[in-house]
Write a protein that binds this ligand. Structure first.
Ligand code: HEC
Ligand code: HEC
Length: 494
């Protein structure tokens, strides 16, 4: 058995191979890449030909693309931090918790994740890292949606060579293909916001707190190190001159895995019901779907219709939807427009660090963009390890339940124009007090928005005229977006 087959449990391998990238083609590319290398310095201690020729038990060879994605997966789950190797990407992006923080107590209270360093705490809620792969680059956004694209709540991992808004993070560019030009065709698809993002958590003191060179050295000594060689066709170089390139290549691996079918499984109840009806009815498919309950189907109708959620939570936002049952049929729906809005989230007094998150307005310097945060995907928004597990919603996690958030969308306009709030008897909470979501619900009031720049309340949201039953139907629909598949950590066989 080849070392790599011995290393991995192959049933956990679910590559996202493009149809034209059969294993054979991938091998050919790697062979090319090897000849590309001016020094021809193939690693000595790894019998590459043997590894590539050996079929893994699933019947596929281990080509560079699959190796790259598997490398990313191992690094994602590796608790690789200073001190004590106790924090990995998975600590804040747990698949079982919908790729967010796996600590229900933190979600309930301080929201922001503790970092690896003693006493270090972040200042914002970890969003899902899944389904982020298709975020457009800042430069690709249509002009009327400015600003949009990128990842992070304020989009600062822009993913492009020419940053558009001030304060963009460092960028992973084609320099990673130095001496490996033929890998570019295969791997360039993974450059972009998610690869740029992956440079950030390791050296960040409120996250993994480990230097780029230490990450390189850790991977070089890890049991899965040969995946790097298989992916990049050369040994990892952690010398003073080489570690930064290696580190960036690890970021590309993280992006490649986060773009895989494993992370983006499209396996929710809604996906399965839609696929079944497409199978039975073909192009004429429409909601209600046979596989959803009447309540869930009603939730869909409201989401794309009366409640107007799809204005922002759809990758094909439509302003006037004539028949909501004929909308939302894209199997690849990501439930985000990748743009920035201020929905008027109240200040969260429980969050440590700088209390306010002025969103993209803090980067652009434009007052009318204060409080605008990127619309998060709604996929897996209700995914949790147990029913009593508390999740936190919106950038500062002030909301703890989908029920309250939907009620907020329905009634947050407490001005004299807000007929729905009036119907429910909702008022403005006393501004002199700090409010948790539970206290505000008990007092039947909403605290003032933290930022008032370009507020969507009173315009698109806040007065939706939904009944209690309709709110519940929308929540039921959101719960159909939970993937039925849950990624497990990769296993070493020995
Ligand atoms: C200590 C907790 C923590 C760790 C560890 C962590 N993250 Fe995050 N992650 C966050 C937070 C918080 C944000 C949002 C930060 C912001 O927007 O300013 C985030 C944002 C992201 C996003 C952007 C999602 C989007 O759509 O905007 C991705 C992707 C991501 N993380 C992937 C990773 C990867 C890969 C790793 C490991 C290299 C990692 N994270 C490690 C907390 C963490
Ligand atoms: C004007 C655009 C817009 C509309 C309309 C809208 N949303 Fe949102 N939604 C957002 C933005 C932006 C955020 C993040 C806000 C923040 O964190 O400050 C968000 C956050 C959320 C979240 C929290 C997700 C998480 O991971 O924390 C849920 C759930 C949600 N919206 C559901 C809905 C539903 C249901 C509707 C319809 C009733 C709706 N949204 C209408 C833009 C919108």
């Amino acid at each position: 058995m080849s070392p790599i087959a011995g290393l991995l449990q192959c049933d956990s391998v679910e590559p996202n191979l493009e149809p034209n990238l059969a294993a054979g083609a991938a091998q050919a590319v790697l062979a090319d890449a090897a000849t590309d290398d001016p020094e021809g310095d193939e690693p000595e201690d790894l019998p590459l030909e043997l590894l590539f020729d050996e079929e893994v038990p699933t019947g596929r060879s281990y080509g560079p693309l699959e190796s790259l994605q598997q490398l990313g997966k191992f690094v994602f789950f590796d608790e690789l931090s200073v001190p004590n190797d106790k924090q990995g990407c998975v600590s804040c992006h747990d698949p079982a918790a919908g790729w967010t923080l796996k600590d229900a107590k933190v979600n309930q209270l301080q929201v922001a994740a503790p970092g690896a360093a003693l006493g270090a705490v972040g200042s914002i809620k970890p969003p899902s890292n899944a389904y982020a792969r298709n975020m457009p680059l800042q430069l690709e956004c249509p002009p009327f949606l400015l600003p949009c694209g990128g990842v992070f709540w304020d989009g600062r991992a822009e993913g492009s060579d020419a940053p558009r808004v001030a304060g963009a993070t460092a960028h992973v560019g084609v320099e990673v293909f130095k001496g490996k030009a033929s890998l570019q065709d295969l791997f360039a698809q993974f450059l972009g916001p998610v690869a740029d993002q992956a440079l950030q958590p390791f050296p960040n003191p409120v996250e993994q707190n480990i230097s780029e060179q230490q990450v390189c050295q850790h991977v070089a000594a890890a049991p899965y190190y040969s995946l790097y060689t298989l992916a990049w066709g050369e040994k990892i170089d952690c010398s003073a001159a080489g570690f930064m390139l290696s580190f960036k290549r690890i970021a590309v691996a993280l992006a490649a895995w986060q773009a895989s079918g494993e992370v983006n499984s499209f396996s929710s109840k809604r996906d399965l019901a839609l696929a079944a009806d497409i199978g039975a009815e073909g192009a004429g498919v429409a909601f209600p779907l046979n596989g959803l309950t009447a309540k869930e189907n009603l939730g869909h109708e409201l989401f794309y219709g009366k409640a107007g959620c799809a204005l922002c939570h759809s990758n094909t936002p439509v302003f006037v939807i004539e028949d909501p049952n004929k909308a939302g049929l894209d199997p690849g729906e990501l439930y985000t427009d990748a743009a920035y809005h201020n929905i008027g989230v109240p200040r969260n007094p429980a969050i440590p660090g700088p209390l306010g998150s002025p969103g993209i307005g803090a980067r652009s310097g434009l007052p009318n963009q204060l409080g605008m945060h990127k619309t998060p995907t709604l996929r897996n928004v209700d995914k949790r390890p147990t029913t009593s597990f508390v999740k936190a919603y919106t950038h500062n996690g002030w909301f703890k339940s989908l029920e309250s958030l939907v009620h907020f969308y329905n009634t947050s306009d407490v001005s004299s124009n807000g007929a729905t709030a009036a119907k429910f008897g909702i008022t403005r909470c006393d501004p002199k007090k700090d409010w948790t979501e539970a206290a505000a619900r008990a007092a039947n009031c909403w605290p003032a928005p933290e930022e008032t720049g370009t507020l969507a309340i009173g315009f698109l949201i806040g007065d939706l005229d939904l009944t209690v039953a309709e709110e519940a139907a929308i929540v039921a629909y959101l719960k159909t977006l939970t993937d039925t598949k849950t990624v497990k950590p990769p296993q070493l066989l020995q």
